[in-house]
Write a protein that binds this ligand. Sequence first.
Ligand code: UD1
Ligand code: UDP
Length: 377
Amino acid sequence: MKKKMKVFTILGTRPEVIKLAPVIHQLKLHKKQIVSKVVLTGQHRKMADQFLKLFGIKPDYDLNIMMKNQTLVDVSTRCLIRFSKVLVKEKPDLILVQGDTTSAFIASLAAFYLKIPTGHVEAGLRTFDKYRPFPEEINRQLISVVADFHFAPTKRAKSNLLREHINPKKIYLTGNTVVDSLYSIAGKKYTLRNEILKKIDLDNKKVILVTAHRRESFGGPFKAICKAIKEISEFKDVEIIYPVHLNPNVQKPVNNLLQGRKNIHLLDPLDYETFVFLLRKCYFVLSDSGGVQEESPAFNKPILVMREVTERQEGVEAGVARLIGMDSSRIVKEARKLLNSNAQYAKMSKSASPYGDGTASKQIVEAIIENFKKSGR
Ligand code: UD1
Ligand code: UDP
């Protein structure tokens, strides 16, 4: 290689930090070949910052784009303008984006305008439903159109990309980097410090871990989710732990409808170590999250997915995740099944790891270096 390759990793939200941290770590291991810089868009101010600290990431640029209750246009325009300036100044050889956030899509678009190649981590996830999840399905489809390297987490993701006529030579089946992160955290010693959680009998109660934040659920569906959670809290020996996303469209209904019940614990978003600790301890998970669908099976925990469609079909096929929609009576019915039937519970609490083996980041960085060598620069 004639010169060092300049790789910029762009991240903005909580899941992007979790899933790109191991990639940034791997890039750092190749200092002789790679100059690695990190650009934080700031799409999530608080929820991303606490994770950067955990993974020891110090961004080289912070675009600081977050506004309270931001619209998709706010995120897109601020990110496009501010990130483009960084690209013009720094002219990296490659940018890396992850998943399907607006930060990721806009960063890839800005790079395209300057003819800078993009590598897409977690490429090829699809529901083929334009508005579910919204805007993520279209964000990720657009990133696939723009990207030059596609790091697919599963065989299904790879075949989705092939069907869209992406050059097979540019697709790498790596597994999902979330597994790399999970392993790095799960192996560490952990002491519970959260005062609210310390008071809950986590060993003897049936703990249900809840998260929900999808844009397409705002309004009616979110109220239905809260109604269901309230009903589920009436089952025997149940403790509901719900770290509430900071989006005002989530905070408002959740606080209005669920506050003041003894066994519903509404918490601030949790640090990753505590969340992973709860994944281990809980009885099952109730969530609409993408990342949590990938993590639950690693701990043999059933997950009821409060969505109409999912791009993570692998968990559903393995029998560890169930798509239950957002109708409150269906949510209660499915929770009841898991709480009351040992057979149903056993069926869903088996071990499965359809999302990777913990080596995705290493494979991604090796592929990047290999391609750069081939380009002869
Ligand atoms: C974003 C992503 C979504 C991802 C999710 C992960 C888009 C369009 N959405 O959704 O794909 O699944 O992150 O959590 O890219 N807020 C804070 N502090 C924070 C974070 C958020 O106050 O640290 C509040 C702000 O009022 C902000 C609002 O939440 O305006 C919404 O944030 P935004 O990133 O637009 O949407 P998310 O629902 O978080
Ligand atoms: N998570 C966390 N603390 C919380 C809630 C979630 O650390 O209070 C982690 C979780 O383990 C997963 C990621 O955040 O890795 C998922 O983020 P989110 O659900 O916000 O986004 P999505 O994956 O749906 O894009």
